[in-house]
Structure formats: structure tokens, C-alpha cells
Design a protein around this ligand. Structure first.
Ligand SMILES: NC(=O)c1ccc[n+]([C@@H]2O[C@H](COP(=O)([O-])OP(=O)(O)OC[C@H]3O[C@@H](n4cnc5c(N)ncnc54)[C@H](O)[C@@H]3O)[C@@H](O)[C@H]2O)c1
Ligand SMILES: O=C(O)[C@H](O)COP(=O)(O)O
Length: 389
């Protein structure tokens, strides 16, 4: 029986992927086998020694201490693309809210509750509506920073709205490049994107290299009247620089899913409470993907969509399976295989892959493996974790 610790509310459709005869699921456990979470901020000390895997039902894993998990031999999974459509739809709403006086118009109408004469009300609204006039998106240029799962969906939607689209992504994967519409113009650097766009939307992860990326220097490139949207992460944008750019008229509006105190109450800012992925569909998709990946790892040792481990799947064969995590240095695999050979244990199938500083091995053997032999493998210099599945 595996114990799964949930640190956020996880969609029931995902939890149903973890059958009750194999899994106990609760929000409190002292020695869980795995952690399933969304945006809960996890500290290294919160990860019990019993934890074998962590699954983030969502895209960003900046709330998980990934480097610490790698050092401890714990794979961290996420759900790439599973909430991308939800974010795309909210960004399209952001674009329309940023181009017309929609929120201001709604707020104005709501002040008129005392007017009881319908004809008078209609006359007043016809007189006042010019205050809420805006501009169309068609013909304007949208700059997309980060052209992965979300950025590429937004590129398609913006082109459908008649916008021109320019994009920047220095780490674009081949798969992501295939998904991009050919009409997206590739920008060589962020400065060029910022100087061309009427609207700029951010869809990149927070990393050491992207923290504070949108700063005063970059914002100085903006066309006056530009509108910036941040549905990626708070840390990517320097809020003081954004406020200065708003006050200098460099930016007309800032629309974000990550409010900070100094932004609240400003007329030139639209704040949402981190609801980019808050749809039934996205919550179900993310939870199902995360739970399936966790199940396949705990039951078979297979790894799909990990942010720190290599991707690796091996059909089950033989009597038992060993899953071994070790430092990615020569000779360790040879030492593991020698221990098995000395114990007369035949290897039926095996797969070994590495990613950065760690290597991961699935070894199917023809006979049962004793606890003493597992302890010998675990005691090898450079071996981080051994599981007998
Ligand atoms: N508001 C929300 O609720 C919400 C929901 C989902 C995701 N997000 C955030 O959006 C981010 C992107 O999500 P995704 O699903 O599109 O991820 P993704 O991994 O599919 O795409 C991210 C893209 O950013 C690119 N990138 C990396 N560094 C870059 C840089 N310096 N400049 C430009 N591009 C760079 C990558 O190459 C990749 O193509 C997530 O990491 C998460 O932080 C927010
Ligand atoms: O990175 C993500 O997937 C989003 O920020 C969604 O976060 P949430 O699952 O807490 O809504």
C-alpha cells in the first residue's frame, strides 16, 4: 500500500487513478511514499525520508525544491500542457479587458442602482458610453515571450483574432517549434520584441536566468501605450520598474495573475488571483496526468514528464525489478551488475539513462532479490536510492 500525501486540493478525477486497494490518500502522513500538490510551497525539511516521488498537478515547479530532490534521488513530475488551454482563454480575456473600457463600463453601470426609470437610464448610458471606448485587437502586434504549451496556443488564438504575432524563446524545443504557426515572426532578442509589440504576454518559467527579466532597461524599449500581461510568475517581473513605466506612460496597462500589495487599487492595473489554471477541465487534466505518472513510477519505476530525471519506460519482465538512482559518474553501474552477478542473479532486461548529475537504472532480474543484496547495492559509493519493485 502506497501512502500519498496531498498538499493542495486535487481533482477527484485524478485521485481516482490511484486505486484504493493500492493507495491511501490523505492530507497528513508522517511517512508518505509520495507527495501530490499544486502551488503549495514545499521546503526541503517538509520532504520526509520516506518520499520516493513528488508530482506537481500543474506546470510550474518553482514551489518545489527541485535541486534538493535531485540530490536525494527523488524525481519531481509536472503536467506539461495540461492547463495550457485554461491559461490561453484567460489571456485572451486579458487582451480584451486591456483594449476596451469593459471593467470601467461595468463598474459605472453598477453605480446606477438608484435609477428607477428605464428610459432615463438608457438615455444616460448612451450619453456616457463614449468614456469607455477602446481599440480593436485586430491589426495590433502581440509579443509572446516563451513559445511552449501556453505561448503556442496563444499565438494561434491571436492570429485568429487578426493580430500580428512576434515571439521570443531561446530554448524552444523541436516539438514546440512544430506546434507554432508559421506566421509567428521570430525575434532575435527581447529588446526587439518589446520595441515592436502593442501587447506583450509572458509564458516562460521562473528560473535563475528569468528572475527579474522584465526590468527597467527592458521596459525602456516599449512603444508608448504598450500593455504588459504576466500570467507566468510574479518573480519574472520587477514590479517597481513596471510602476515606473506606467507612471512614465511607457506602459499603458499591466494585467497580471500575480498581485502584489503596491499594485492594488491602481487604475492602470488589472489583478487576478492566480486563476490561470482554475477551470474544472484544467484541474482534471493536471490531476489525471500527475496521478498516472506517479502510479507508473511507484508501481513500475517508469518516468514520464519529470523535470529533474531522465524519461525512461521499460516493459516489465523477469521476477523482480530494481530501480537504482546514482550519481552520473563512471563505474557505478558496473559495480551494481557485479553484485548481482556474484549472487548468481540473471539480468533479464535493463535500461540506464542519465540527466545532468544523476543516472537512473531499471534492472529486471530473473530471481527474487534479498534485503541483504539491496543493502549491498545501496552501500556502493555514488548510489543514492534503491527500490525493489
Ligand atoms: N497563471 C497560471 O495559473 C499558470 C498556469 C500554467 C503555467 N503558468 C506558468 O507559465 C509557465 C509556462 O507554462 P507552459 O505550460 O507554457 O510551459 P512550457 O514549458 O511548455 O513553455 C515554457 C517555454 O518558455 C521557454 N523559455 C525558457 N526560458 C526562456 C527565456 N529566457 N525567454 C523566453 N522563453 C523562455 C521554454 O523554452 C519553453 O518553450 C510555467 O512555467 C508557469 O510558471 C502559470
Ligand atoms: O504552474 C501552474 O500550473 C499554475 O501556476 C497553476 O497553479 P495552480 O495549480 O496552483 O492553480
Amino acid at each position: 500500500m502506497f501512502k500519498i500525501l496531498t498538499l493542495n486540493q486535487i481533482s477527484i478525477k485524478g485521485l481516482e487513478r490511484l486505486p484504493r486497494n493500492q493507495y491511501e490518500i490523505a492530507s497528513e502522513f508522517t511517512a508518505p511514499d509520495a507527495i501530490l500538490l499544486r502551488s503549495h510551497k514545499l521546503a526541503p525539511a517538509d520532504i520526509a525520508p520516506s518520499v520516493k516521488a513528488i508530482a506537481r498537478a500543474g506546470a510550474g515547479t518553482n514551489n518545489v525544491p527541485v535541486a534538493d530532490c535531485t540530490a536525494r534521488g527523488i524525481p519531481v513530475f509536472n503536467s506539461p500542457g495540461a492547463n495550457a488551454n485554461a491559461v490561453k482563454e484567460l489571456v485572451i480575456s486579458g487582451l480584451t479587458l486591456g483594449s476596451r473600457g469593459i471593467l470601467q463600463g461595468i463598474a459605472y453601470v453598477n453605480t446606477l442602482g438608484d435609477m428607477k426609470d428605464g428610459a432615463e437610464l438608457a438615455k444616460l448610458l448612451e450619453k456616457e458610453k463614449k468614456r469607455f471606448k477602446g481599440n480593436e485587437l485586430a491589426g495590433r502586434t502581440l509579443g509572446i515571450v516563451g513559445l511552449g504549451a501556453i505561448g503556442s496556443l496563444i499565438a494561434h488564438a491571436a492570429l485568429d483574432l487578426g493580430m500580428n504575432v512576434v515571439g521570443y524563446d531561446p530554448a524552444l524545443s523541436v516539438d514546440a517549434a512544430w506546434r507554432l504557426p508559421s506566421a509567428v515572426k521570430r525575434m532575435e532578442n527581447l529588446g526587439s520584441l518589446f520595441s515592436r509589440a502593442d501587447y506583450i504576454t509572458l509564458h516562460l518559467p521562473v528560473l535563475d536566468a528569468t528572475r527579474g527579466l522584465v526590468n527597467a532597461e527592458l521596459l525602456s524599449n516599449c512603444k508608448p501605450g504598450c500593455c504588459l500581461l504576466n500570467f507566468a510568475r510574479e518573480e519574472i517581473v520587477n514590479v517597481d520598474s513596471v510602476i515606473e513605466a506606467l507612471e512614465a506612460g511607457k506602459l499603458r496597462q499591466f494585467i497580471t495573475d500575480f498581485p502584489t500589495p503596491e499594485l492594488i487599487g491602481r487604475d492602470d492595473v488589472i489583478l487576478m488571483p492566480h486563476i490561470g489554471a482554475s477551470t474544472d477541465e484544467a484541474e482534471d487534466n493536471c490531476a489525471i496526468m500527475a496521478a498516472n505518472q506517479l502510479d507508473d513510477f511507484l508501481c513500475n519505476g517508469n518516468i514520464t514528464n519529470s523535470v529533474n530525471f531522465p524519461s525512461l519506460q521499460l516493459e516489465r519482465s523477469g521476477k523482480a525489478r530494481l530501480a537504482v538512482v546514482n550519481r552520473n559518474v563512471p563505474k557505478i553501474l558496473g559495480s551494481i551488475l557485479s553484485i548481482l552477478a556474484d549472487a548468481d542473479i540473471n539480468i533479464v532486461d535493463m535500461l540506464n539513462k542519465s540527466r545532468d548529475e544523476i543516472a537512473y537504472n531499471l534492472i529486471d532480474v530473473g530471481s527474487e532479490v534479498s534485503d541483504a543484496l539491496l543493502a549491498d547495492i545501496e552501500a556502493l559509493d555514488g548510489v543514492i536510492k534503491v527500490r525493489h519493485i
